[in-house]
Design a binder for this molecule. Sequence first.
Ligand code: HCA
Ligand code: CU
Length: 375
Amino acid sequence: MNSFSKIEILDSTLREGEQTPGVSFTIKQKVTIAKLLDDFGVDFIELGHPAVSPDVYAAVETLNDLDLKVKKIAHGRASKSDINDAVAIGVEWMGMFFGTSPLSLKHKFDVSKKEALERIQTTVKYGKDKGLKLRFTAEDASRTEFDFLVQVGKLIQESGADRYSLADTVGCLTPTKTKELIGRIVTELDIPIHVHCHNDFGMATANALSALEAGAQCVDVAVNGLGERCGLPPIAEVVTALVNIYKVNGNWDLSILPELTHLVGSFSNLQLKANQPIVGENAFTHKAGLHVKAVAKDPRSYEAIAPETLNRKRKLIIDKYTSSYALKNKFNEIGVSLTEMELAAVLKEIKSHPEKVSWTGIELIYLTKSMGIKT
Ligand code: HCA
Ligand code: CU
């Protein structure tokens, strides 16, 4: 079990996030995102995989030159040419990945396990000789035999790698399986363990948190959960859960989350779901009469976390679910005072318009006037 004394967050918005279908950030946008992530307080930023394209190469160069607190890590395959790129750019860390599952060995590389181990050892040593700090990722780790994962981990550790990352590349782990897998790996190795989860079954955040519970030191996230297919654990969910549920005292500025969300949202043209945890439009909106009444007395009645800590505001909806208490509250807010009878009449009217899903203050005033009530 991680004592949570050292938890690190790696943000991969600029690398895996840009692998989201339909997304291509300009270098200027990447710089803006990187600065905000640095202000937020992540530990690592994955800058990109230079071999992808000239603009990704140039972005990694530009981002690496920024004066930031965060550790910068370039991405690349376990190959000499990708290592040479990282060295030429002068980045401190490189995350190199190699598929270790039977599917990867057969279809991606067409190598035996023995050949794979030789290649992994040679490239890790090559990278270390060049002075890089190295995180080695076993891609598709969750579908790799456990013994082989340990064998790879021990080999890269002996060859000088600084971190070992396990990728649940197709998002097929569950929180229970993650805990078991990471718990076992942590006891086998001495170097810190990273975990990279995917959201194909909607379990990325839960799996990342389970990995930390089991002793992983670092988990990968992305703003708005960007990434291949269904993406990575969203930064807002993982960090807010760590602070609020696990009571981890990280140096994260949660008040930056809405800005990060909107900025990356506008750069990626990806519509965020209204019911997205923490950052979605509805995350702090209350509707049913009973809820609104309880929230007005004490917001904790229906809120696990106070919106103010996230630089967000609470919203109360008026529609057919509204109670007289909530309606009165709303009229007070807009400076309109009604008698109990008038209030009951307006409420009856609202409840007879199920097609209207949210009444604004102005609309309520018009409604009241149209009913012959003086406001
Ligand atoms: C990829 C696959 C990867 C790698 C993770 C890592 C995965 O897009 O290259 O290198 O840490 O999910 O396995 O994102
Ligand atoms: Cu990935």
